[in-house]
Write a protein that binds this ligand. Sequence first.
Ligand code: ZN
Length: 468
Amino acid sequence: MKQFVISILLAFLILPFTANSSEAAVTFLDVDSSHRSYQEISYLAGGNIVFGTGGYFDPNSSVTRAEAATMLGRAMNLNGTKRATMFKDVDSGSFASGYIQSAVEKGIISGYSDGTFKPEQPVKRGEMAILINRAFGYGGTESISAANALLEKGIAQGISTGDFGYYLEIKRADFSVFLARAINYKYRINASAEFGGDLQIMADSLNVRSGPSTKFPIVHELPIATKVEAAYRVGDWVFIRSAGVEGLVHGAYLTGTYPSFMNKPLPASTPLSEQMIIIDPGHGGKDPGASGYGIQEKAVVLDTALKVKALLDKTPFSYKLTREADVYLSLSQRVSLAKSVGGDTFVSIHANAFNGSANGTEVYYYGTSATNPYQSDSKKLAAAIQNRLLAAWKLYDRGIDHGDFHVLRENSMPAVLVELGFIDNKEDNEKLASAWWRQEAAEAIYLGILDYYNEKGYNVSYLYNNVN
Ligand SMILES: [Zn+2]
């Protein structure tokens, strides 16, 4: 099925697109040919990356965060379909909702810790430098290194010698200039680009365009097996050169070796939905687990697991609870269920008991790779959850440890067993008995899972907003 879709996509992309190539340059009433940004604005408008309103471009207006996400999203060919976002202040009907969500998933832009995006807030020049660095993979992570990367490439210039104007709002004209230069090096100061690599064209006849989408005019057609060199990426598109021909082509039609100096590609769309998280509330039914001060482990851990479920439900993750009611399951049934639904991460939730004097939080993982090969990831997951639980509940730190438990040992995925606290210890019991504290524990487990995925390179930054 996937192969079929790609074939259709490829067929579509190599269709001749003559309609656009003869279009006249887009012009605006307030950006005439003498305007300092005329060329760059016209270039972007010609590829539908920027638009005006009623014939005006408004070159001196500030750029809001929603507009910046939209312009970058169009330049990188991100999915701009309007849809629900992770932010309480970005409605699914907003013009920018699709590009904002896509840009967040690609790690180009992030929201605020209070769960907002602040779409109307103007973008400062320092922030713009970071956004362009992230979109084009230049590596600058804060204002100064990001601005230096743009200065070095001839994409930006300072407002005066030695001053980048980090805290000034960027104007639409300047944002357009920087974006056009990032996309097409011919607009850069001291226009030059390094080409290299050993690539070939795979399509029968490939259109080379002036910009990174089929909205841009065709500048040339290259036949199959033509040798080309590459300079840099713009999303999935590549700026190439071949025997005097230069321009952008979709990377899907190139095969061979890219030069090592090329900018990094955008991360693949967050595949969080392909990650199946198994939450396993211990015990249940005829097996009450431990008890103390009038409460039973099976009820405490089920309620905590259901609270974790409510948090996971607000994310793209797939998840499954081994039980959602007071029913009995054997240990092997829990593991079989986790495996049968393709689990990727397994978190078993328990409460401990000893003699009333032992206390504290601990998380177990299977510390040898004899049966469950995910020893290293299991340990990472255990550490992440333990850290979050200690911060939330502030009980005694019993640490993380190897535990020879059936649900860890017989599993085939990163797996941990959380002991929230001792149900027969007065201080620990008070937290286990409290719905408020159980919510805190659920949030800690959720955050620990996010920390683990973050450490593994997934972009989950926007999911931290689901808890305070
Ligand atoms: Zn237990």
